[in-house]
Unconditional design. Structure first.
Length: 147
């Protein structure tokens, strides 16, 4: 870690509920299969393993770790249907503020994801449950020292 780092954020991707894939032209609801979470932060972009199943509710057991940088207070989350390479598969996205995780060290919450439709209207396309754990540089030093 460098001098701009304030610690490590562990993002546990747990569940999704009410995920929807709407076909643009017909407004027909399509089946969501094996969704994938992609998280982008200044220290890098990471992708979850696909969740199992199909429908509206899914479970992951996926942990993504990021080095947190001073004054960079949020990350960008996207949820895709099957494939992160094709924006047609984008189910929704949101920006996640990090302040509560940093202040409390642990923070678990459902985050709504939104998809931009015609006329720049944002529509909620489901929710993602994240469990955020923040480990400050000081705490990491203590843990390493006690090993």
């Amino acid at each position: 870690m460098d001098n701009l780092s304030i610690g490590i954020l562990s993002v546990n991707v747990l569940k999704a509920k009410n995920l929807q894939k709407i076909e643009n032209g017909t407004k027909k609801t399509l089946t969501v299969k094996n969704p994938i979470i992609k998280i982008s932060y200044i220290s890098g972009t990471k992708v979850s393993t696909p969740a199992e199943g199909q429908g509206e509710s899914f479970k992951w057991n996926c942990k993504l770790n990021f080095e947190l940088i001073r004054d960079k207070s949020s990350f960008f989350l996207q949820c895709f249907n099957n494939n992160t390479e094709d924006n047609f598969n984008l189910l929704g996205e949101t920006r996640i503020p990090l302040i509560l995780a940093i202040e409390n060290e642990k923070f678990k919450q459902w985050y709504p994801i939104y998809l931009k439709e015609k006329r720049n209207k944002f529509v909620c396309r489901g929710e993602i449950l994240l469990d955020l754990h923040f480990y400050s540089e000081e705490k990491i030093k203590v843990l390493k020292k006690n090993k």
